[in-house]
Design a protein around this ligand. Structure first.
Ligand SMILES: [Zn+2]
Ligand SMILES: [Zn+2]
Length: 295
């Protein structure tokens, strides 16, 4: 490139001579034309659940946050106007929910690189709320469940303490989208109705890890939806039976199990008198294990 050619370029807007043109304008004029945050052109909507207050969007009713929706919309809008290759960074978000609770204003810093020029802007956009019920809340209301965690014990009835712990474990292993839609106390144990297969498996695994025993899964075809089979899964959790060395409370006695005779009963020693006692299988059903937590 020779000297003459270099200086023959100029900005048609301000007349400045330059060898650097962006969209045929000088850098200053080009930058002046750009508006990163065009609040009037942006219509940002997000659904808010009337029941739990959670934010979500789209047909899939995916969970989101006001900030996430704003960043996404601003980035999309800038790319639509200035090219999909633009690098856009959004930071410094501050939101204020308006008194009528139907909208929020969000302030933000936007930095973008457009045709090689870095531009920064601080502005404010508005987010409009649409009140709806989220997927999770409508499922809970409808008693939806995918699996049942059935807590039982081998040759005995689980103790109240064990069931209380199992319940606590169940609630603390729920993921963000999971829920328990029902609990049924039965004479042989507890059934917990859960929203997903994963969560049922996770709960079962934790109960077994904390209280001992084992679990198995079985699924039944429940119906078909959108051409796919829908299953319901039972997680059968079996807490340990009374093993050797277990301390049992039976009526007013505490006994230690010496030997388990399968199908018949147990040979025990009374902890107070040292007397040997034989408990028939039927009798042991009502015995209470002195609870031992494994970990
Ligand atoms: Zn210019
Ligand atoms: Zn909700």
């Amino acid at each position: 490139m020779n000297e003459r050619e270099k200086w023959s370029r100029f900005c048609p807007k301000c007349g400045k001579k330059t060898d650097e043109l962006f969209d045929s304008l000088c850098k200053e004029c080009f930058t002046k034309e750009i508006r990163l945050i065009e609040a009037e052109e942006l219509e940002i909507r997000v659904s808010v659940c009337e029941n739990c207050g959670g934010y979500f969007k789209g047909k899939g009713k995916e969970r989101t946050s006001i900030e996430e929706v704003v960043v996404d919309s601003v980035r999309k809008e800038i790319r639509k106007r200035y090219g999909y290759e633009c690098r856009v960074e959004v930071a410094g978000l501050g939101k204020e929910i308006k008194a009528d609770e139907n909208r929020a204003s969000v302030s933000l810093d936007v930095k973008a690189e457009i045709k090689g020029v870095e531009i920064e802007e601080r502005g404010e956009v508005e987010v409009i709320f649409k009140k709806e019920t989220c997927d999770r809340c409508s499922k809970i209301a409808g008693g939806y469940y995918v699996g049942i965690v059935q807590i039982r014990a081998e040759d005995r009835i689980p103790t109240d303490e064990e069931l209380a712990m199992a319940e606590e474990i169940a609630y603390s292993s729920l993921g963000e989208e999971d829920f328990v839609s029902e609990e049924r106390t039965l004479k042989e144990g507890l059934d917990i109705y859960v929203s997903s297969m994963d969560c049922g498996r996770r709960i079962s695994r934790w109960i077994v890890k904390k209280l001992g025993g084992s679990f198995s899964e079985s699924r039944k075809l429940y119906g078909r939806k959108d051409g796919r089979n829908i299953y319901r899964v039972s997680f059968s959790v079996r807490l340990l039976g009374f093993g050797e060395g277990t301390l049992l409370e039976i009526e007013d006695k505490v006994v230690s199990v010496e030997k388990v005779i399968k199908g018949k009963g147990m040979e025990c020693v009374d902890m107070n008198t040292g007397e040997r006692v034989f408990l028939r299988k039927k009798e042991t059903k009502n015995a209470k294990r002195k609870i031992v937590v494994l970990c």
